[in-house]
Design a binder for this molecule. Structure first.
Ligand code: ATP
Length: 441
């Protein structure tokens, strides 16, 4: 499978099975926007919940916020985004199409029509709007280009409310907006996306230790969501290429279908943000060490993970095709921890009430382990398996006449089919339940 066709197959499966749809589709779409469908919503929630567990709840030094998307424009002036959050833009004099200059092979000729390209200018990527009924400059607000802003502006609130001891961090999941010049590669680069971000506040001398700690945790998260180790690569961003606030950045790159590109970032933001907001807001954003009585502005380590790129990486790793004879089976080898449906229960025949009744009982018992246990009695059993394979359901359970006692020593046993190998085994319902529990825990 070439990489282009892999991307096309993922996009098509996402649409067909209800993971991700193009935004505003019935009106011809809106470039750079996507809507998550019934299965995509659950996949996304499962990834976010795993992140919350690993980056916030499993730790004693992490707290959450859920800040407003609309923020005072001064936040983005202080953070440097109004002045500097831009990409180089170039326009073709002939077809008028616009491109990101740093992504073109030739700075002279248009890649689409070969017309002459104009001068490069900086294009600020923040979406601008107005709050309230006035539309003058005093009412300008920006949709946040990163969730981090709402964390820094709440630093003092969290310190005053919780009195955490340094080092501690604040985690947040939420939407971010960037008016990308060239949205591309499905959900890889969109104009509206979600981020899972941590700002971890440390004593200045402690930054390297904290950086390493979060670096390890990011690799662990990659493993937990099922990204093979050899597809995640660290890239040390050199001086001059880093964001204006960063003294050290490691990009976690992933082998996406189109190319190896940034999946997540880990940055040492120094005291840049808190210092800038302290000066601009006139508030003291320092930390008082109760023991040493030392007062200082903490430094910050930021693991920043895009939810949508994570989903694309997960789907890229999970997409598999098996060819047997002239039949091809497509399946998503999703980790059971994040698979939207954990298991499907099915009566062998849907027109046998005794089988249906028993299968419903089995499903009710398994739902006590996890609510995402599906029911499917449409078409033959082979078709049901294929449908579940395509959405990444790790287990299929079939209730047949042996379950009812046709073969006495098999009474109350069911068939458990494994998604990746297609292998089947005969187990009691209690054994199936413990298999499912073990796989998702
Ligand atoms: P890029 O260089 O690809 O534009 P970036 O370095 O500007 O990304 P960051 O500002 O570090 O990205 O944002 C943190 C994370 O947010 C990224 O690692 C990525 O997962 C996600 N992200 C950033 N921009 C987009 C986008 N336009 N669409 C989807 N996810 C994005």
């Amino acid at each position: 499978m070439n990489d282009q066709s892999l991307m096309e197959k993922i996009v098509s499966l996402c649409k067909r099975r209800g993971f991700v749809f193009p935004g505003s589709e019935i009106y011809g779409g809106l470039a750079g926007t996507f809507d998550y469908g019934p299965l995509g919503v659950v996949l996304k929630e499962n990834i976010e919940n795993l992140w919350l567990r690993m980056f916030r709840d499993d730790r004693d030094d992490m707290y959450g916020v859920d800040a407003a998307i609309l923020m005072n424009a001064k936040v983005w002036e202080a953070s440097g985004h109004v002045a500097g959050f831009s990409d180089p833009l170039v326009e073709c004099g002939k077809c008028k199409k616009r491109f990101r200059a740093d992504q073109l092979d030739s700075k002279e000729a248009c890649p689409e029509c070969k017309g002459a390209l104009g001068d490069v200018r900086q294009f600020n990527m923040m979406f601008k709007t107005h709050a309230g009924a006035t539309e003058d400059d005093s009412a300008v607000v920006y949709l946040r280009p990163e969730t981090a802003g709402g964390i820094f502006t709440n630093f003092k609130n969290v310190v005053d409310a919780i009195h955490p001891k340094l080092p501690f961090g604040i985690a947040q999941i939420g939407k971010a907006f960037r008016n990308e010049i060239a949205p591309r590669d499905f959900v890889f680069r969109s104009r509206e996306f979600s981020q899972m971000e941590v700002e971890y506040f440390v004593k200045p001398a402690d930054w390297e230790r904290a950086f390493e700690e979060w670096r390890t945790r990011m690799h662990l998260f990659a493993k937990e969501i099922g990204l093979p180790q050899n597809t995640v690569h660290e890239f040390e961003v050199p001086d001059g290429d880093r964001a204006h606030y960063s003294k050290r950045t490691i990009d976690f790159q992933f082998d996406f279908p189109s190319k190896c590109d940034e999946l997540w970032g880990l940055a040492y933001r120094t005291d840049f943000d808190l210092s800038a907001h302290a000066v601009a807001s006139g508030n003291e954003l320092s930390y008082l060490d109760e023991e040493t009585k030392e007062k200082f502005i903490p430094h910050v380590i930021e693991p920043s993970l895009g939810v949508d790129r994570t989903i694309l990486a997960v789907l890229t790793s999970a997409y598999k095709e098996d060819t047997m004879g002239d039949e091809t089976r497509t399946y998503l080898a999703l980790s059971p921890k994040i698979a939207p449906v954990k298991a499907m229960v099915s009566p062998l025949l849907k027109n046998k009430p005794e089988l249906v009744e028993k299968a419903r009982e089995v499903r009710a018992a398994l739902k006590k382990i996890h609510p995402a246990i599906a029911w499917d009695d449409n078409g033959n059993i082979g078709k049901r398996y294929r449908r579940q394979d395509e959405i990444g359901t790790p287990f299929c359970i079939t209730v047949d006449f042996d379950t009812l006692g046709e073969t006495p020593n098999l009474k109350d046993t069911v068939t458990l089919r494994h998604r990746d190998s297609g292998e089947q085994e005969r187990l009691t319902v209690a054994e199936v339940a413990s298999r499912i529990r073990a796989a998702i825990e």
